[in-house]
Design a protein around this ligand. Structure first.
Ligand code: FES
Ligand code: FES
Length: 156
C-alpha cells in the first residue's frame, strides 16, 4: 500500500506495509542511511528524527502515522538555522567519538533548542536523557548544546 510522506521538504511516495517503521523506510526504501538503528525499541535514541519539529524515535513509528506530517532527518537538519548552529558546534567541539549515536544526538539537540533557545542544564539533561552514547561523549554534547544556544541567530 502506498503512503505519501513529506521528507526533508520533498514529497515521497513509498509502496510498503503501512506498519513498517519509519526508520526502515528511510534506510531501505528511500536510501537515507544517516538515521541509525540501535535498539529498535525506543530505548537508545540512535534513530531520532523530527516529525513536525519534535524529536521522535523512528524505529517505533509506523509510517502510516507520519503520513501528511513533516519529517526531517539528519541529512537535512543542517539546512535549518538551529540545526546548522548545532552541527557547527558539534564540529567545533569535536563531539563524536565513534559517531554512531551522533545523528540522533544532533536531532534531539536541535529539537530542544528549537523549543527552548536557552535551556538550563536540567532541561538539557532531560531532553537528551533518551539518547545513549556508549562512548560517553555526554560532557561534550552538553557543551556543544550550550555553544549552539549562545550562537548568534541560533533561534532564528
Ligand atoms: S533504534 Fe530507535 S531508539 Fe534505539
Ligand atoms: S560517539 Fe560512539 S556511541 Fe556515541
Amino acid at each position: 500500500m502506498a503512503t505519501t510522506l513529506s521528507i526533508n521538504g520533498e514529497t515521497r511516495e513509498v509502496d510498503t506495509d503501512p506498519r513498517k517503521p519509519l526508520l526502515w523506510v528511510l534506510r531501505e526504501d528511500l536510501d537515507m542511511p544517516g538515521t541509525k538503528f540501535g535498539c529498535g525499541m525506543a530505548l537508545c535514541g540512535a534513530c531520532t528524527v523530527h516529525v513536525d519539529g519534535k524529536a521522535v524515535r523512528s524505529c517505533t513509528t509506523p509510517i502510516s502515522t507520519v503520513a501528511g506530517k513533516q519529517v526531517t532527518t539528519i541529512e537535512h537538519v543542517a539546512t535549518l538555522p538551529v540545526g546548522r548552529k548545532v552541527s557547527e558546534a558539534w564540529t567545533e567541539l569535536d563531539v563524536p567519538q565513534c559517531g554512531y549515536c551522533q545523528a540522533g544526538q544532533i536531532m534531539s539537540a536541535t529539537a530542544l533548542l528549537s523549543a527552548k533557545p536557552s535551556p538550563s542544564d536540567e532541561e538539557i539533561d532531560q531532553a537528551m536523557s533518551g539518547n545513549i552514547c556508549r562512548c560517553a561523549t555526554y560532557l561534550r554534547i552538553r557543551a556543544a548544546i550550550k555553544k549552539a544556544a549562545a550562537s548568534e541567530g541560533a533561534s532564528a
